[in-house]
Design a protein around this ligand. Structure first.
Ligand code: CTP
Length: 409
């Protein structure tokens, strides 16, 4: 989901009373930055950890505490709020608030709003590890998760404010945001399996030197994250230096082209689509020096050999699986993309001219051409996350239609 898509969506951010409430300040900031309207409701106890004014400043809206009242003055009550909300996000969700929600209790504005809502409810539990492990808390959570519209993110394992270690830490705000975006995105890739590669590869010359390229992996990571938000089961095969997406999707780290080929080939058969956004090295040194090449030995004489072309290999074993390739060229990339489409037997090529300063390596933006059997669509300069959504739109259009829908995860 791009910032544009999420602009009009209302997220009710419910904050219950735990020390993790201070981390919800960052969550509120991220939600606003992502383009959501954010209405904060705090329990009385939560307002003893963080002042409502902090959330008011971050969201630009009056904050409701306890039984509320501010919105009521403006003619809006819990019923209106529950109905207008596109998502209720309870973060942190304490054991006490989870228990109340599981019983359908309505003794403050947060619990009444959840009870009066019909939208998805995402809970981010945070509490002492024994309170979390307690069978009562687990039963309460299970009861909620068995309902169609309740979802959970976290908690993480870690050092807890109470001095203990274990599950109980509220998930990172970026992770909670990603799960919220997934719940608010169209689930048009639900039940699909996607394998996405991203970043450069490194081909060793000796123990200290390697051959690589300028790929940052941003484009591939953006595609993986967009597909995950839209319901796909995504595995990301990431080269060195690639920053993992926060979504918690499956990430396999590789270094060389040979390792990338091994990991992709091992998984490709089970996929609905393979998206090769990685800038895989086409060559590697024939021999890797066992020790560091010393300058006194003179300029090294390196012979290069071809690496296996992963995408072309998958194209040769073409099945119903969709194959997407990238063509990073210097100059007009469209002729090379049309050539790659046919030569590698793939379904879609995303082509760009990397000689432009604002499109390609190491920048946040890209200007791409989508080339398939039907023709060429040239997109204007966009953020890579927006380009990723457009690529995913194309994937959805190219994949054979399916009927089944399960509860989203
Ligand atoms: N690719 C691959 N395995 C390689 C090299 C590239 O799977 N060993 C994939 C890339 O991930 C990308 C696509 O092939 O999706 C295009 O790669 P590129 O090297 O630009 O294309 P080629 O036609 O192989 O080479 P060139 O443009 O240099 O002629």
């Amino acid at each position: 989901m791009t910032t544009e898509d999420s602009r009009s969506k209302l997220v009710v951010l419910g904050i219950s009373g735990g020390i993790a409430a201070y981390r919800s300040c960052e969550l509120a900031r991220l939600l606003v930055k992502a383009g959501f309207r954010v209405q904060v409701i705090m329990t009385d106890y939560a307002s003893r950890f963080v002042g409502p004014l902090t959330f008011q400043a971050l969201t630009g809206r009056p904050v409701e505490v306890g039984h509320g009242g501010t919105l009521a003055q403006a003619g809006m009550d819990h019923i209106d709020l529950g109905q207008e909300a596109d998502l209720v996000l309870v973060a942190p969700a304490t054991a006490n608030t989870l228990a109340k929600l599981a019983c359908g209790m309505a003794d403050n504005l947060l619990t009444t709003t959840v009870l009066a809502s019909t939208c998805p409810v995402l809970v981010a539990p945070a509490m002492n590890t024994r309170m979390y492990a307690n069978a009562i808390t687990q039963e309460n959570l299970l009861k909620l998760l068995n309902l169609e519209r309740f979802f959970q993110v976290g908690p993480d394992d870690g050092d807890l404010a109470c001095g203990e270690f274990g599950p109980g830490r509220m998930s990172q705000p970026e992770v909670i945001l990603a799960h919220a975006q997934r719940l608010l995105s169209p689930q048009d890739l639900a039940g699909r399996r996607l394998l996405v590669s991203a970043g450069p590869t490194r081909e060793a010359i000796d123990p200290v030197r390697f051959l690589s390229n300028r790929s940052s992996g941003r484009m591939g990571v953006a595609v993986a994250a967009a597909a995950w938000r839209r319901g796909a089961d995504v595995t990301l095969v990431a080269g060195p230096g690639v920053v993992e997406p926060p979504e918690g999707l499956d990430c396999v780290r590789v270094t060389s082209a040979a390792e990338m080929a091994k990991e992709i080939d091992a998984r490709a058969l089970r996929q609905d689509a393979v998206i090769m956004a990685a800038a895989v090295s086409d060559f590697r040194p024939r021999r890797v020096g066992r020790s560091k090449h010393k300058k006194a030995e003179g300029a090294p004489d390196i012979t290069f050999v071809r690496t296996a072309d992963i995408l072309a290999g998958l194209g040769r074993k073409k099945s119903k699986r969709l194959l997407v390739g990238f063509a990073a060229e210097t100059g007009d990339p469209v002729p090379a993309a049309i050539d790659k489409l046919k030569r590698k037997k793939i379904d879609l090529v995303v082509a760009n001219d990397v000689s432009q300063a604002d499109a390609g390596f190491e920048v946040e933006t890209n200007r791409v051409h989508l080339v398939d059997a039907k023709g060429v669509e040239s997109l204007p300069l966009m953020k890579k996350i927006e380009v990723a959504e457009r690529i995913v739109d194309r994937l959805v259009g190219l994949l054979p239609k399916r009927k089944s829908r399960r509860k989203r995860r």
